[in-house]
Structure formats: structure tokens, C-alpha cells
Design a protein around this ligand. Sequence first.
Ligand SMILES: *Cc1c(COP(=O)(O)O)cnc(C)c1O
Length: 386
Amino acid sequence: MKFETKAIRIQTDRSQHREHSTPIFPTSSFLFNDAEQMRQVFSGEEKGNIYSRFTNPSLREFEQKIIALEGVEEALATASGMAAVFASFLALLKSGDHIIASRAVFGSTYQVLSQNLQDLGIECTFVDPLYPDTWEDALTERTKMLYLETPSNPGLVIIDLEKAAAFCRKHNLLFNVDNCFATPYLQNPAAFGADIITHSATKYIDGQGRVLGGVVAGKKELLEKVYQFIRRTGASLSPFNAWVLSKSLETLALRMDRHCSNAHDLAKWLEKQPKVLKVNYPFLASHPQQAIAKKQMRLGGGIVTFEIAGGLSAGSAFLDRLKMLSLTANLGDSRSIASHPASTTHLRVPEAERFKIGITDGLIRISTGLEHIDDIIMDIKQALEA
Ligand SMILES: *Cc1c(COP(=O)(O)O)cnc(C)c1O
């Protein structure tokens, strides 16, 4: 089956009513016929659901789809993207271990790596994602994992997954990739050698700004440890959110095609505007890693960033003049969203650090929605011209 068909046709449990669509199983626990069956399920001799912090059929349908769409052995749903990222670290690393991470990672991930893991005795060294040849300098005898995000949020840095996987094989490291921006439709890191893949399902997988959710996917033997961690610590997803996400996957391919064509058209239009100093989009010829992006991604993604002339004040003024695009913290929504990282998400990041990851004063991030491209461009045009 092709991607689109798997996203629709993979299903697990149905009730006695044989519903055509995906049912929801909003229950905290599951019944047993007798004490003996209860003993067998608890001991693992018989397969079965016990308690929804452990397993739930609504979660399993979502997980089964992710397994098929990412081309991995196992997947586990989590309460948010950060729950997935955190579980992937804590389940597989211990005090004394060392992790090498790309400097261009999501804000909360950066804080987890530099503060929470540090507090637990897991050291992190941040490396420049664009120069894999320099990563060896960060290695210690305690290095256990390489962690990266491609395309990165919000810098749209593209990292060569094949090269990164070769680095991990050579040095016997676990290779952990945040695949949130690409989604399983645009990029399958496991096909290039990733051992663990995380997603914030809150973004494109939901795609309509309704629920938080996340998923950890990858090799069975590693995911067994992640499962124990999630089950014990309570990072599990709610059945309702799993149902929303399972239904959302049915339209992921269609939506991503439109997100990407809108973003690509917007990027090409922005390149011609005099008040725009620079446009970043992975599939533009001007993107420094376009060739790598084309090698590992089906399409260029739904995010475009650009540098507006006039720096910080021009960036805020641009946001204030938008009439249709939403000013909100989410991305990957059906509604187009604009943000100005330097005055919001990265306000507290020192200037030098911000610049290193491409977040300049006038940088605007557009999460291109599913509205008609003419209306998206019209709004941005009037805000640029005012
Ligand atoms: C949003 C995001 C996360 C965190 O996901 P939540 O669902 O908000 O917890 C992680 N990585 C990337 C790249 C993101 O954009």
C-alpha cells in the first residue's frame, strides 16, 4: 500500500457495532473475565489492555499508522511533542552519559538539553549542524546519542541524515531525529539510518490546531525502554487526542501537498519583493542546503522565513499590519500563522546565540496554511507595503 492508503486504511479494534470510522475508547481501565485471565494479562502471558496509562486501542490505531508511515518497528503516542522528546532522552540515557545535539533545535528542547538533562548528570554538547566534520571534536568516551532536527525550527537548517547516520554508526551512537517539520509524508529518517524519531503531533499531524500530542518511533528494542518510561511516568496520550490524530493522518498527504505548494509559491513571490532582504525555504535554489533537502525530502515543507528590511521594529510593525494571518504560537495549522522570533520565542536568547542559529532581528516565520495562496500573498503584500 502507498502512503495515502496506509494513512486511511490501517485500523485496529472496532466494537461490536462494526463502525466504519475510528471509534474512541475513553476508558481509564479494562475488564477481565476472571481472576485467572487478569493474572495472565498482568503477567504478559495473554495480550490485553489493562489501564490506559499503559495501552489503549485509540492510541494503538494512531501508533500503528505511524509505524507504517515512518517505516519503523514500533511507535508510542505521548501527551505532547516535548513528552516524546524528553522520554526519548530519559529512557535511553543515564547519569554520566553524554549527548551531542545540533545547536539548531526547538526552544524547549534546547532548555531540556542544557538545563534539565544537565541537572540529572547528562551532559550535552551543542554542535554546528552545518559542519558534520567538526562533530568528532565533541565526542567523549561517554557519548551515547546524536540528536538533531531537520528542517530546524525556525532556522530551516537542513542536515544531511545519511552523513549523520554514518557518523553515528562509526562512533556507536544512537541516532535520534525530531521529524516534526517534515512529517512522515515528506521525510522518513529511519530510511537514512535514524534509530529513534520524535514528532510533535500538535503541528502538522493534527494540522488543525485542536490538540497536543506527540510520538516516539523507531527500533523495537529501544522503544521497549521508552514504553516502560512512558508507562511509569505517565506521559501517555489521552484516547480523545489519539482519535483526533488518527483521523488527521487520513488527510496528512493531501494537506502537506497544499501546505508545501503554498509555501513554495509564497517563497518565490517573497524573493521578488524589495523590502525582503532574504528568503529561506528548503527547496529554493538560494537555500544553501537545497541539494540535501531534495535528496531526503519529498517536498520543501510548509514553513517559509524571511528577513524584513528594518530589523526588530520593522518585524513587529509587519505583524501588527497583518489582517488575516494569525499571531499565535502554533504552526502547521490550516490557518496561516506569522511570528517574529526575535521579539517573542527567542526574546531571552542572547543576540550572539540567536544569530548563530539564524534568528536575526528582522526574521519573520510564516507557517503557510491551507487558505488560497492569493489571499495569503495579498495579506503579506499589504502588510509589507504599508
Ligand atoms: C512544537 C515543537 C516541539 C514540541 O512539541 P509540543 O507538542 O509543543 O510539546 C518539538 N519539536 C519541534 C520541532 C516543534 O516545532
